[in-house]
Design a protein around this ligand. Structure first.
Ligand code: UT7
Length: 315
């Protein structure tokens, strides 16, 4: 199978900044607790923005950054659990918004916080079978709509945002070597669907998910490295799902990863689920910390339960 590479990243976050202090005015919490337990200081919540506008703005930025035009796109996947409508999917609305070709598959993918990595792997498979060799992968969430303001252990965690990648598939490029896993569990992390009507809140057994995360992230890393036949030292940059700064700190300590080889933006955005990995990639590209030639190991985990890792490179 021919591999894909990242051609260009883009992102969009809502304007409204919600600080820990402002949350402490409406729920029984404190800036000190949130910062020390999660690393989060601020998050963005949508007001005027919509799921579609976040997706479209992030995607437009990625197209501009990559020099690819909408008519060159061979498939579009939006990784999300918070699309505005179930039908049409967010990807269908994005097709209309951007004027993507009508003879390509555009669809949403739900793998919670691992969605972007599931989508990258799916895109690699799709582009191998497509005459058009560029694909659009978006991770977008409006999690502020799912917050239970009576649950202080979850309401402080989540933020809204979108990250997008234009990817290219070319003969001879190595596969991203994605490793993906799934174990059905509707107790640790849950967002009810149509069964329960309009009050669809996120509920989470935080401590159990934390334990799952610190076990599964190293497992994903080892699996990716083993599959590629490389070691930690061969990786230029590590990109982790931003769920809790303490999870990232534990992993980087375990693998002795130096500060210049990983990145945290959870202080600014909180947990943005499927948007978190592409938001990090987009910021890093703008900062010039990753680019052509960088070998990046990305790892995600989340509801489902789902988990995954992949080796991504820039074209
Ligand atoms: O992206 C998908 C994957 N998600 C994750 O990876 C999330 C993983 N889990 C976590 O990040 C952490 O478990 C949380 C941040 C959600 C919670 O941190 P914790 O250290 O596991 O806290 P806890 O739930 O065990 O609660 C400890 C204490 C409790 O008080 P008592 O029972 O010890 O008196 C909670 O009531 O902290 C209390 N607490 C809070 N206090 C102030 C819980 N939430 C808050 C809060 N402010 N917001």
């Amino acid at each position: 199978m021919n591999g894909i590479k990242l051609k260009g990243m883009g992102r969009c976050v809502p304007e409204k900044i919600v600080t820990n202090q402002s949350l402490a005015e409406i729920v029984d919490t404190s800036d000190e607790w949130i910062t020390s337990r999660t690393g989060i200081q601020r998050r963005r919540h949508c007001t005027a923005e919509t799921h579609t506008s976040l997706c479209a703005d992030a995607a437009r930025a990625a197209l501009a950054r990559s020099g690819v035009t909408p008519d060159q796109i061979g498939a579009c996947i939006v990784a999300t659990v918070t699309s505005n409508t179930l039908v049409p999917s967010a990807a269908c609305l994005l097709q209309r918004e951007l004027g993507l070709p009508t003879d390509i598959p555009c669809f949403d993918l739900n793998a919670a916080c691992t969605g972007f990595l599931f989508a990258l792997h799916t895109m690699e498979c799709l582009l191998n079978a497509s005459p058009r060799k560029f694909g659009l992968v978006v991770g977008c969430e409006v999690l502020s709509r799912l917050i239970n303001w009576e649950d202080r252990s979850t309401c402080i965690l989540f933020g809204d945002g979108a990250g997008a990648a234009v990817v290219e598939c070319r003969a001879g490029w190595p596969s991203i070597g994605a490793v993906l896993g799934t174990r059905g569990d509707d107790e640790l992390l849950r967002v009810p669907g149509v069964e329960t009507g309009p009050r669809n809140f996120i509920s989470m057994e935080g401590t159990k998910v934390f334990k799952f995360a610190v076990e599964i992230v190293p497992w994903c890393m080892d699996w990716v490295l083993q599959k590629a036949g490389i070691t930690v030292d061969d990786v230029d940059f590590f990109v982790f799902h931003q769920a809790n700064a303490r999870i990232i700190d534990l992993v980087v300590r375990k693998y002795r990863i130096p500060p210049e080889k990983y990145y945290k933006n959870i202080a600014e955005y909180g947990n943005t689920s499927a948007a978190s990995i592409p938001l990090v990639l987009s910021e890093l590209q703008d900062l010039g910390r990753i680019g052509p030639g960088s070998r990046i190991l990305a790892v995600g985990f989340g509801g489902g339960l789902t988990w995954g890792g992949a080796l991504v490179e820039f074209a």
